[in-house]
Design a protein around this ligand. Sequence first.
Ligand code: SF4
Length: 549
Amino acid sequence: MVIVNDEKRIVFRRKKISEVQPVKPNSPLELRCDGEGPSNIESVVYFYGHVVEKSHLRLVSRKAARVRSDNCDNISVVRCFRPYSKTKLFSISQEKITESKRDEVEVARRKDHVSHFVLRLAYCRTEELRRWFVIQETELFRARFQHANSQDIKTFMEHNNLAFTPISTEEMRSERENLLNGTYNISSGDQMEGRTFFKVPFTEALELIRTRKVFIKEGFAYVPDTELATLVTAAFRAKLSQALAVTNRALPQLEDDDRLMRLLQDFDKRYTGSDYAVKKTGSGLSISPSMIEELSQKSFPLCMRQMQDALRTNHHLRHAGRLQYGLFLKAAGLSLEDAMAFWRSHFTKIMDGDKFEKDYSYNIRYNYGKEGKRINYTPYSCIKIIMASVGPGDSHGCPFRHTDASVLKQRLTNFKVNQQGITEVMELVSKSHYQLACTKYWEVTHNADSPGINHPNQYFEESQKLLLGTQPATVRKLAPTIKVEKTVMYASQMSSTQLSSQSSTQNSTQDSTQNSTQNSTQITSSADMESMLFDDDMDGAMCESMEEK
Ligand code: SF4
């Protein structure tokens, strides 16, 4: 059993089942910014439930972040969060809680609260995970803060000791001109009427200062109440960062508890959407080797297109690349027989058929569950690909994460992505929003809205749905034509890793713009396609993880 007294220490001790207490609600508010953890977590099953709940919240936060980065408009976060929160009891406003619902709401809030602390444990282990988690939770917090009404905000601020001092009427009068000139969105006396300004140390309002939204004087920033969310969010971010560092230091004590370790291990690599497993009934998508070259340019995500390019150029992929690409093609509808023919056609350009059969055919059959443990392996999710380690000579991984920025930019230019699209993609990459960058790439190359990319096969299916005319409602407009051009990778466009891969096979490298006899790029979609779309299937994701162990 876990006792989390966050900020200072975390104590773990096993608890007998007989000691397990029913859930006791202890969260008076939906919003929380304190470091105070739950006093106990009742069971591993309950613990798991919290994690699932919070994982779903993270998806909302990711979507919110995407809309926000598109529009640079905080209102979008609220817009994203609102439909999600409608059915969630924890987000109900204090004044709307009826007596009959009080217990339920309290339990929901407690569950949400506990789940946040569970995820702290899972995401405190490395600097990268901490940074990612802080971004997600801060976005979520901002959405929830903006969703809350003024009474809830007031109670929240009191509860969390967030007291910002409003300036006096005299100071308001004496600084009136400065405030009008230096405050974003307040430039006339009318707009200033009825506003409250808070005077805070400039270190608490860095984001507002960076975007030149507030007036500063003698080390203090004058923040209008319209920017309160930014102030509180900054406080939340600072507290959370600090708390994650504290939790990380206490983590070794967790190692005593195998049950928790099993649950927390690799949690960050787990994916909560569809696993895109190939259904055994076999009524899914279908593609053939002759379609792959053209599909890679029209509908494959950049990670897979990159591997098709490397395969065309080098006639070889390393083991990790064959796994990532092979499983993707399998889920995209390539049969085992076709997969054999596809890989053989490339590899036998630099080796004889016997060597291919001896060294490579086993792995292909293995991917399809015909060898070894005979498991129906699922394709890799974005999270798994992004977190993979990629070394010199490797072609796998996520280009938005693993490719040098200048090389990526050049590649996008070669793919005829427009300048504005490149700028937006690169900006997201620079902030480590790799999936958002991929989503933006999908949107600019398809001229349509995307629901958000979480899986390479989801990318592919969304693309095919659009191109085949069965696009979802989110689509803004159909791309009249998507320019398809063959791409040859030149040395100057390659990352150092790809360069070294190329040099190792240089003798056999030819410009093999493979016979792309794409008579038809139609894929055979079926009713099953719908069920393979993103569906928050946590159980599938957990099974995937278990299989891999
Ligand atoms: Fe591939 Fe996902 Fe990276 Fe896009 S975000 S390139 S789909 S791994």
